[in-house]
Design a protein around this ligand. Structure first.
Ligand code: GTP
Ligand code: MG
Length: 334
C-alpha cells in the first residue's frame, strides 16, 4: 500500500490534509524515496521544529508523525508543519513504529524522535550507507557526542548495562543499542516482524537485525538535551526491565546454543553444591546419606541435561526455519 501519493482509504485514520502543503512524492526523479517516521507523544514544544528541520534538510522526503494518545497540540502542530499524520489506537512507541512500518511505503526509512534531541542535519550522512547498499540499518550512536545533561546517570548506566548484555548474548560489538535515530532500507522494514509495544522497540530493531543477518552500521551523531519544559516519557526501571526481557527472549529464541547451555551450566553447578557431600559420604561409607541433598542434586543434574537437549532441539528447528525463509526468498525472486 503506497501512502506516498494519496490518502489511504476512506476508513483510515491517516490524514492527508496538510493545510496548504502539498504532499510530496519523493524518489521520482532524484533517486530513492525517503520517509521520515516520527513517533510522537505530547511533544508540542518541539514537534513543529523537528518536522521543519527535516523538511529543510531533506526537501524530497515525506514526513510522517504517528501520534497515539497525545493530550496536547502535537497532532495539530505536526499537520500544520507539513507532516502527514497517522493516528494509532494502541498506546506505546513500539505500536506507533509498527504502524508506520506497516502502512508506509518507501525505499529508505528514517526513524527519529519528536523531542528535537537528534539533529536533522546528520540525516544526509546516515542515509549514505543505505543508498550505497553497505548496510541494512544505520544507527546514530549517541554516546560519543552527547550534550552534557542529555543522559541522566541512570540512563547512561542502563544503556551500558543493556548494551553489554546484548553484545555478550549475540557476540556483537555495538556501542548504542537504544538510539532512536536510525535509517533502514525497505527490505529490513518490510520483512522484520515487530512485536514491541513500548520502548523495547529500539532494542528489538537491533535484535531483529542481528538474528536475521541484516547488516548494522553505526555512525556517531550529536545527541542534544531535551528542551526545557518537555518531558521524557521513558520510565527507567519499567522500560529498562522490558528491554532486558526482550534481549533475553531473543537470546532464548535465536541463540539457543548459547542460552540453554548457560542454563545447563548454572543448573549443573547448583546441583554440584549439594551433590558433593553426598558423593563424599558415599565414597567413605558406601552408602547414600543426606537423602534430601541427594534428591536435590539429582533433580538439578537432570534439569541440566534437559536444558542442554532443549538447546539442540531449538537450534535444529531454527535451522529448518532459516532454510525455509531462504527458499521462500529464492522463490520470490524467480
Ligand atoms: N506515538 C508515540 N510516541 C511516543 C510514545 N512514547 C514516547 N514516544 C515518542 O518517542 C520519542 C522518544 O521518547 P522519549 O521520551 O524522548 O524517550 P528517550 O529519547 O528514550 O528518552 P530521553 O533521553 O529522556 O529523551 C519521542 O518523540 C516521544 O514523543 C508513545 O506512546 N506513542
Ligand atoms: Mg528523547
Amino acid at each position: 500500500m503506497d501512502l506516498r501519493a494519496s490518502k489511504k482509504d476512506e476508513n483510515s485514520s491517516y490524514f492527508s490534509e496538510q493545510r496548504g502543503v502539498e504532499m510530496k512524492v519523493s524518489g521520482t526523479k532524484s533517486g530513492p524515496s525517503i520517509a521520515v517516521l516520527i513517533p510522537c507523544l505530547n511533544e508540542e514544544s518541539t514537534i513543529g521544529k523537528v518536522v521543519a528541520d527535516f523538511r529543510t534538510c531533506l526537501p524530497n522526503a515525506d514526513i510522517y508523525v504517528c501520534d497515539n494518545g497525545s493530550t496536547d497540540k502535537s497532532a495539530e502542530i505536526a499537520l500544520a508543519s507539513g507532516a502527514c499524520l497517522l493516528k494509532e489506537k494502541r498506546r506505546g512507541k513500539g505500536n506507533a513504529i509498527r504502524r508506520m512500518f506497516e502502512e508506509i511505503d518507501s525505499d529508505v526509512y528514517i526513524m527519529v524522535d519528536g523531542d528535537d534531541t537528534y539533529p536533522a542535519e546528520e540525516a544526509a550522512k546516515l542515509i549514505q550507507p543505505i543508498i550505497n547498499e553497505e548496510a541494512d540499518m544505520v544507527v546514530a550512536t549517541r554516546l560519543e557526542h552527547a550534550d552534557k545533561g542529555s543522559f541522566t546517570a541512570s540512563h547512561r548506566f542502563g544503556n551500558k548495562l543493556l548494551r553489554s548484555v546484548l553484545n555478550l548474548c549475540f557476540n556483537a560489538n555495538l556501542s548504542d543499542i537504544l538510539s532512536g535515530y536510525r535509517v533502514m532500507n525497505r527490505d529490513f522494514v518490510k520483512t522484520i516482524p515487530i512485536t514491541s509495544r513500548g520502548f523495547e522497540i529500539e532494542a528489538e530493531l537491533t535484535l531483529q537485525a542481528l538474528s536475521k543477518g541484516f547488516v548494522i552500521k553505526e555512525i556517531p551523531a550529536e545527541y542534544r538535551s531535551r528542551h526545557k519544559g518537555s518531558e521524557s516519557k521513558i520510565r527507567t526501571f519499567t522500560d529498562g526491565y522490558a528491554i532486558l526481557m526482550t534481549i533475553i527472549a531473543f537470546t532464548r529464541d535465536f541463540r539457543p546454543m548459547f542460552f540453554f547451555p548457560m542454563l545447563s551450566l548454572l543448573s549443573f553447578i547448583s546441583g554440584l553444591i549439594p551433590g558433593i557431600r553426598v558423593i563424599k559420604a558415599y565414597l567413605k561409607t558406601g552408602q547414600v546419606h543426606y537423602i534430601s541433598s541427594a534428591i536435590l542434586a539429582a533433580s538439578l543434574m537432570t534439569l541440566s541435561i534437559f536444558f542442554f537437549i532443549t538447546g539442540f532441539f531449538i537450534h535444529t528447528v531454527n535451522r529448518r526455519f532459516n532454510e525455509i525463509s531462504i527458499m521462500l526468498k529464492h522463490t520470490k525472486r524467480q
